[in-house]
Design a protein around this ligand. Structure first.
Ligand SMILES: Nc1ncnc2c1ncn2[C@@H]1O[C@H](COP(=O)(O)OP(=O)(O)OP(=O)(O)O)[C@@H](O)[C@H]1O
Ligand SMILES: [Mg+2]
Length: 424
């Protein structure tokens, strides 16, 4: 088998998202586990031993089995990333990333006799500092030493992975996951100086959904993160125009009414007369600056924090359309029209659906962004990728297949392979 044939067989991708780690070899879809780890320190060593547990850190679906036996869950359950970044000296967080990465290989390592390790591409946030690349490099080298699974390793920015998956050279990628929203103009390579990051994502829509539950008298449910997220995804709607949508839903509450049944329980949440609040949830990712949200911020809903981009402060609440035009305005004037012709949305926070019959008031994410840009007098073509949750991972696989074997990692270009036998 030639090197290229081998690489096609054993390409592997990893997308380190704030809420989920997506990983796996060439396939239709990646494996997905939550980006978190449970530290068992402090629990009864005897009992753990009796039950055959000799690990300190648990990741993946097994975590659930231990939650009941742990007193102070929040102290033991570590979510290692914040807005796509792991702090340099946060040892517990890096330990979780090591365990997640290793879990991925343990789950997917082939038995085949020709297998000598994967060609692995990892995707990180476009704002991830270089030490994160170095740390991931160390982690993969270490795991290869333990399991013989990483023949070569490289890292690309998440927005570039999306552009690669969409086979587009010139575009603006807007990647909105749980933690943050990255806007990155791309012309062959991400234009770093023009990238704009907003400190908001699905988590902010969750916070709004929790407020809606509180208003409906379900304080207890509002505290359960997982439940809030399911509720948000099921009932949230993106309004064409928030004011008009609220008016329409107050005029005809029955048309917008929905009852959310909690799977596996008898709990039901009926939105009743408050069906108009569905639009608050869907508006947040796009325009948390709408005045209607002020009272919720006053009441304690966290306001998205500002970011500093190239020395300039960007409001965490800036409408998405405005943030896209800010980003594009930092590129050369000649390039700008072709960027607006191809605005690509990806990430779970854009997966909002439009229920049949509500098309007059609710829109999908692409239409919402197109309308927001139009508010600025900008004509654009906006599209949503086919698999918003997986397009980054898809791009990592394509990249693993495309980078020639002899390209070695180069820090100035930030591309090429870290290789067994050469770098570790
Ligand atoms: N159908 C849906 N409607 C609305 N939101 C959705 C839908 N499906 C998923 N989401 C939201 O998408 C978010 C997860 O997206 P994604 O997996 O892209 O994030 P991530 O990669 O883990 O985080 P990040 O990219 O910020 O580091 C969650 O907030 C989730 O609730
Ligand atoms: Mg992501």
């Amino acid at each position: 088998m030639s090197v290229d044939e081998y690489r096609r067989k054993y390409a592997y991708g990893e997308d380190y998202g704030t809420s989920h780690f997506k990983f796996g070899p060439v396939a239709e879809k990646p494996h997905v586990i939550e980006n978190r780890g449970l530290f068992l320190g402090g629990e009864s060593k005897v009992l753990l031993k009796l039950f055959g547990v000799d690990r300190e850190v648990i990741v993946g679906p097994e975590i659930v089995r231990y939650l009941g036996s742990i007193e102070d869950v929040s102290r033991h359950l570590i979510y290692p990333m914040r807005d796509g970044v792991v702090a340099k000296d946060d040892e517990r967080a890096w330990r979780v990333l090591y365990e997640l990465t290793k879990y991925g290989f343990s789950l997917t390592k082939p038995d085949a006799s020709d297998f000598q390790g994967f060609y692995v591409t990892a995707a990180l946030s476009a704002v991830a500092p270089d030490y994160m690349i170095e740390k991931l490099f160390e982690i993969h080298a270490r795991i290869d030493g333990e399991m013989n699974v990483v023949k070569a390793f490289t890292v690309i920015p998440q927005p570039l992975a999306v552009a690669i998956a969409e086979k587009t050279i010139t575009c603006v990628v807007v990647e909105s996951g749980h933690g943050n929203t990255q806007i990155t103009p791309i012309s062959m390579y991400p234009i770093r100086d023009a990238a704009v990051v907003l400190n908001r994502g699905g988590a902010e829509a969750d916070a709004m959904a929790a407020e809606v539950l509180r208003d409906l008298g379900h304080e207890d449910l509002a505290r359960e993160e997982k439940f809030v997220r399911m509720f948000k995804e099921a009932v949230g709607l993106v309004p064409r125009s928030l004011d008009e949508a609220i008016e329409a839903a107050k005029r005809e509450p029955e048309r917008f009414r929905t009852v959310f049944k909690v799977p596996g329980t008898r709990i039901e949440v009926d939105l009743g007369e408050r069906a108009w609040m569905r639009f608050l949830i869907g508006e947040v990712p796009f325009n948390p600056e709408h005045e209607i949200f002020e009272s919720y911020y006053k009441r304690g809903m966290p306001r998205p924090r500002d970011t500093v981009v190239g020395g300039e402060r960007v409001r965490g609440t800036m409408p998405l359309g405005e943030a896209i035009s800010l980003s594009v305005s930092k590129t050369s004037i000649e390039l700008q029209p072709s960027l607006y012709k191809r605005v690509i949305l990806s990430g779970g926070n854009f997966a909002w659906k439009v229920p049949p019959g509500l098309e007059d008031v609710a829109v999908d994410s692409a239409e919402k962004v197109r309308l927001q840009l139009l508010d600025f007098g900008i004509e654009s073509e906006v599209s949503l990728v086919e698999d918003p949750l997986y397009s980054v991972w898809k791009g990592t696989i394509v990249y693993s297949l495309a980078v020639p074997d002899e390209f070695e990692w180069d820090w100035s270009r930030r591309e090429g392979w870290f290789k067994r036998g050469i770098h570790y």
